[in-house]
Design a protein around this ligand. Sequence first.
Ligand SMILES: Nc1nc2c(ncn2[C@@H]2O[C@H](COP(=O)(O)OP(=O)(O)OP(=O)(O)O)[C@@H](O)[C@H]2O)c(=O)[nH]1
Length: 400
Amino acid sequence: MMLRFLRQPSGRLASIFAALLCAMTAVMGSYVYSACQKASADYTTLISDIVLAQQATPQLRTALEEGRRLPSSEQIEYIDYFISLSKQHLNNIKSSIERHRYLISDVEYLNNHFSELNSRLSDLNLKAQKAQQRPELVDPLQRVAMDIGGAQSWLYNQLLEEVRAISVQQRFVMQRLSIAVSVLLALMVSAAITLCLAVIYLHRQRNVMQQLMLTDELTGLYNRRHLVNVASAALTQAQRDNGSLSLMLLDIDHFKQVNDTYGHPTGDEVLRQISKLLRKLSRPSDTLARIGGEEFCLLMPNTTTHDALQVADRLRREIEVNTLSGIDLLANPTISIGVTTCHGGSLTFEQLYSYADKALYQAKALGRNRAESQLPPTEPTPYKNPQAYAHLLISEPIDS
Ligand SMILES: Nc1nc2c(ncn2[C@@H]2O[C@H](COP(=O)(O)OP(=O)(O)OP(=O)(O)O)[C@@H](O)[C@H]2O)c(=O)[nH]1
């Protein structure tokens, strides 16, 4: 069923659409994933590290000023402390950058500056330690420190600039992300709708095909195939319940004359209207089918011959008196009916049908517009001589 659907133009279109949808969903999905990664990056720690590092530079400068003015060993220790602090800040920033994989490539060009600054600060540390013994070295120490301070400021400003740029990009990514999510949602909804439509279409196609397989195109009644299926099941049921099952064959009299006199389209209309009437007059539990040109069959479960003949006579009379609408016939059409009934037994549908057919033949032979019945001979009982099997029916005494 699915393969047949895919071979049809609409099926091909649906599969192309589904493939496109899958591809688009995959692209959108990967974009959303990477965008989510970018958008979720948190640069707050990095910014606070940079700000702290920036604050350390003026503190070192003030300490150097003080050291030059009052070069005490305590003051020089203080200078040494701020140099170590600056170095620590620098390393913190470096490891913070390493945690942001989307920033690394943007600030790669600053790597050399980091290493250079790091070694210059280590040098400065050594110089500060020497200055503890020789206070006259505080002066050159201050000059080098000022120079390093300038390089530090440049590096940190540059870093802040990069983080600012990436934050702007982050906001942009967020906007695009929300658009992507909306599009993805719309695609999913349309995929679901397409799927539903395809299922509905398949379901309808299946119903139409089933309908075509089981019904007669001209009259809308069931066809012979369906009748045989239903009759087989009804026969099994009747055999199990030992119930009655009647079969009625109805044939329009002299239908050839209708065709010959009024034309085939009128003949078709007669068939349609008689079918409609028969359907209206028969019970919903019975199965009415058109099994040949102008021949119909009515299968009646749980119906005796007597009741079936009564139904047959009612149908025959109704057809006889009913004037067909929109067709100007000289006389109303009539029908001949053959009825048969089985009671339990083990007849096949073909056997039952042959008895109804014999009865119909008889009705035709006896002048038409009448109902006749033919019953199958009573089927042999399994116990031909009941007395010979009587002992089987006597229950054995129960030993106490
Ligand atoms: N209009 C129409 N005619 C059909 C259709 N199927 C079969 N027939 C015609 O039904 C006619 C049946 O003719 P016969 O089998 O001779 O039977 P009849 O003329 O009804 O005579 P009796 O049955 O003996 O009363 C034929 O002319 C078929 O062509 C159909 O679907 N539409």
